[in-house]
Design a protein around this ligand. Structure first.
Ligand code: SER
Length: 870
């Protein structure tokens, strides 16, 4: 039997023989393409070539590409596990021509490989073409020996391939294969009908258009070939299997699931085995290429897939994390071809195990809730689980909506997805403070006073911190002024960097700017009117940014880039920015990573950053076309929308990021970089806070002051401080232990002299030399446990203040209806303070230490008084 490795190689060798260069698979996490969550086709990495934005190095290439189809235009998730040939992760074998050969060769070679190298039965093969593509139809008949009746025409849905909502696209021609047992009964109607016996194995796309944002098709200057054949399906056919899960790509995983769970696999009842073996591939490759589970975007898709797998694990009895244990087996199957899964096995396992643990806890409770929701829905005769319940499962128990949907389907129900989306949107809305600012100060909504007709808000703050400008419009609300200028050096809050502060001075008025924000394309200065009237006659002003604050912010922004790069170097490529705040005082950087950083890692990161600062490297800012910048390995953030022209900030030879922020010119200006803290913000997201410039000088000074004052207090040098403090802690522990032991010793025992009688009551009143409150309470508890008809008043002095604890045995409480709190109140007032508490125990405190003795002496009187009052 041919192995999957051989089959993959045969494809690559075949196209090598036809003059193709074999290239590497690109990562499943697309590099710098914000339009894509995951690499979903072999052609992704060639998009810029198709769009004529990049010159190809080779005119013909071929490869095996790792693909993930779980979101966006190409999403196979719902089929996965239910059938035997859709996957979240799969390999696509592809050959490409960049303006070189076209339909003829693409068709001819595909047929040659399929029928002559792989020897597939021509009587089971079918070809489809786009209904208007007569050329392709003719070529099938001309350059192959396929029976003409096996070439079928289809419409746009099946035979016009598009990458996504936008991007390169064109008509396509597909090859399908009948895997059933009755070849003589084949029928053309079954093609593209969803019949599992007729499987699409190869798609030949004739790329000739670009779909642009408004949906229009624009012709490309050159015509290209983009083909993709699903390796798993071809392997199944060649290995004589009806299911992809029976091939050598999946079988070892299925076997391992059987071993771990003790549940045998068979095709009828094998959904869980299939889902888990499929999902572990998606998870491992996504994580190997830098993905991590999170609550947003790509990370949320990874989390969803993991949770889906975990829930299918639960169906076959798995309550403990186990999916991570399959990663070793996957690394054995795929590691030779894709070494990243082997090299990063430990990392992948750790991430998956952690997520499994996280979800397992919520899963049981969530499943209980789900069961009761189903019962509720069914008993009321409903067929739809309402949006609120779906949202609760999502929000409280982490059930991804597609998981709930799937579980509902298993119960013969559907879910109210619109209702769910509405609630989700409302939740997001609540978190969207910034955009409410946008709305509030939107030009159309605010009552602006327009003073000049010039265009507004040219930002000139990269080169200047001061300029002459004209007010375009303004608005006063109380003392607060909102100003929009024609041009401004003030940086508006964006990309994590806070807005500039400074002053705007005009004829007869001064406005102190406290913040600068962007609303749509306008820059709004927000400040206080310091001088003048709430009225502007002359619109000429001087706008001055506070230089000191701006410089400090610049230092922190450049330091953020240095930190980002140093984190990747130290921790690995999985580190991605998850949020940042750049202020004058400090910087805060959130990033994806699954565990606490060690002291050594933090030191290494500080050293890397400080070394680059000391080397005084140049910080170069350039403008580039987005597509060009992407080619340079620039860090771009997923989900950010970039303009066509982007600003690239490069620390020479060290880091490159797309960034609109303000930066120093040479790294030396940043000064000493010091990490203050490293903490967790969410599962898989860590936060670093750090300082630079004068702020790190201040921080170092504070630290040395603390050390100096400790040196003085202890009279020793700082080298001995830690030892001394450790010794003190030990001594303190020992003392405390002795203290507890002493409760039973003579000093702490209640003796006959401590007792007085009040009618049938025994009153214990005793002073203890310097006990802490906890111990006083313990003694009080003991009195209550060991006596009947008893009231105890125990006193001590803590930190120079009198303190008393009052306790009453239960029989006294029920008989006399007296409360310890009432007695404590009286004692407190004698001591110049107060008191209170519960019926059986209460405390009192005061100011003057000696008054505790006075209060104790008066115990009997006080109790009598309280009793009399009742
Ligand atoms: N891009 C096409 C597809 O993904 C052919 O490779 O099907």
């Amino acid at each position: 039997m041919k192995s999957s490795k051989q089959i993959r190689n045969e494809f690559l060798e075949f196209f090598k023989g036809k003059g193709h260069e074999i290239v590497k698979s690109s990562p499943v996490i697309p590099q710098n393409d914000p339009t894509l969550l995951f690499t979903n086709a072999g052609m992704n990495q060639f998009k810029t070539i198709f769009l004529n934005l990049e010159k190809p190095k080779y005119k013909r290439v071929a490869n095996a590409q790792k693909c993930i189809r779980v979101s966006g235009k190409h999403n196979d998730l719902e089929e996965v596990g239910k059938d035997t040939y859709h996957h979240t992760f799969f390999e696509m074998l592809g050959n490409w021509s960049f303006g070189d050969y076209y339909k003829r060769e693409a068709i001819q070679w595909a047929w040659e490989l399929v029928t002559e190298v792989w020897n597939l039965d021509k009587k089971r093969l079918w070809a489809t073409v786009y209904k208007g593509d007569e050329e392709a139809e003719r070529l099938w008949k001309e350059v192959t020996d396929i029976s003409p009746e096996r070439v079928l025409r289809f419409g746009e849905k099946d035979n016009f391939w598009e990458m996504g909502e936008t991007g390169p696209c064109g008509p396509c021609s597909e090859i399908h294969y009948y895997i059933g047992d009755m070849p003589e009964s084949q029928s053309a109607e079954k093609i593209n009908s969803g019949d599992p016996e007729y499987i699409e194995i190869w798609n030949l796309v004739f790329i000739q258009y670009n779909r642009v944002e408004d949906g229009l098709l624009t012709p490309l200057p050159m015509k290209h070939i983009d083909t993709g054949a699903g390796l798993e399906r071809i392997v199944a056919i060649i290995q004589g299997k009806k299911s992809n899960y029976d091939t050598d790509l999946f079988k070892p995983l299925i076997d391992a699931i059987e071993d771990i769970t003790g549940v045998k696999y068979n095709e009828e009842n094998g959904v869980s085995h299939r889902v888990i073996s499929d999902h572990v591939r998606m998870l491992s490759f996504a994580i190997a290429d830098g993905g991590l589970p999170s609550n947003e975007g790509r990370g949320y898709v990874i989390r969803r897939i993991l949770r889906r797998a975990a829930r299918f694990g639960r169906i076959i009895g798995m309550h403990q994390p186990f999916i991570y244990r399959l990663v070793d087996i996957l690394a054995d199957i795929m590691g030779d071809v894709y070494p990243e899964v082997r090299e990063r096995t430990d990392h992948i396992k750790r991430v998956i195990k952690y997520e499994e643990e996280l979800f397992n806890e919520a899963l049981d409770r969530g499943l209980n809730l789900f069961t009761s929701i189903v019962e509720k829905t069914k008993s009321s005769g409903g067929k739809i689980i309402n949006g609120e319940d779906v949202f609760k499962l999502y929000d409280t128990y982490g059930f991804p909506v597609d998981l709930t949907k799937l579980m509902a389907e298993e119960e013969g129900l559907t879910i109210d997805e619109n209702g769910f989306n509405k609630m989700l949107e409302e939740q997001r809305e609540r978190g969207r403070a910034y955009s409410s600012f946008q709305d509030k100060y939107d030009m159309k909504k605010i009552d602006w006073v327009y003073v000049s007709g010039v265009a507004d808000s040219e930002f000139i703050g990269y080169e200047n911190i001061e300029c002459e400008a004209q007010i375009v419009r303004y608005h006063f609300s109380g003392d607060t002024a909102y100003l929009v200028l024609d041009k401004t050096p003030f940086y508006p809050e964006s990309g994590g960097q806070v807005g500039d502060k400074g002053v705007i001075e005009g004829k007869g008025f001064i406005i102190e700017v406290n913040d600068t924000k962007k609303a749509n394309d306008s820059i709004i200065h927000i400040g206080k009117l310091k001088q003048g009237e709430r009225k502007i006659d002359d619109n000429k002003v001087i706008a001055k940014v506070n230089k000191e604050l701006r410089d400090a912010t610049k230092r922190n922004h450049t330091a953020t880039h240095l930190l980002h790069r140093a984190l990747i170097i130290t921790l690995g490529e999985h580190v991605h920015q998850a949020g940042s705040l750049v202020e004058p005082e400090r910087l805060r950087f959130d990033f994806t990573h699954y565990e606490k950083l060690t002291d050594e890692q933090i030191e290494k990161i500080e050293d890397i950053v400080n070394r680059i600062i000391l080397e005084n490297r140049k910080v170069i800012k350039t403008y580039k076309k987005f597509d060009e910048a992407k080619k340079d390995d620039v860090i771009a953030l997923f989900g950010e929308k970039y303009d066509e022209i982007v600003r690239v900030v490069e620390v020479e030879g060290f880091s490159k990021e797309l960034c609109g922020g303000t930066h120093v010119d040479y790294t030396g200006e940043v000064g000493y970089f010091k990490i203050l803290s490293e903490t967790s913000v969410a599962a898989g997201v860590r936060r670093i806070e750090a300082v630079t410039g004068m702020e790190s000088v201040k921080v170092s000074r504070t630290y040395s002051k603390i050390i100096k004052s400790l040196e003085e207090k202890f009279g020793i040098s700082h080298k001995e401080l830690i030892k001394r403090v450790e010794k003190l802690i030990e001594e303190n522990k020992a003392l405390k232990k002795r203290g507890i032991g002493l409760i039973n010793t003579d000093d702490l025992k209640i003796k006959e002299v401590d007792k007085q009688n009040l009618g049938e009551l025994t009153v214990v009143s005793k002073y203890f030399y310097e006990l802490d409150e906890r111990m006083l309470m313990e003694i009080a508890d003991k009195i209550r446990e060991e006596n009947r008809n008893c009231i105890g008043i125990l006193g001590t002095i803590i930190d120079g203040k009198p303190k008393a604890v009052v306790t009453i045995t239960d029989d006294v409480i029920s008989k006399y209806k007296i409360k310890a709190g009432d007695i404590a109140k009286e004692i407190g007032s004698i001591m110049g303070g107060g008191g209170g508490g519960k019926s059986h125990i209460a405390t009192a405190g005061g100011r003057e230490p000696s008054l505790i003795h006075k209060a104790l002496k008066k115990s009997i009187d006080i109790i009598r008084e309280v009793l009399d009052k009742n």
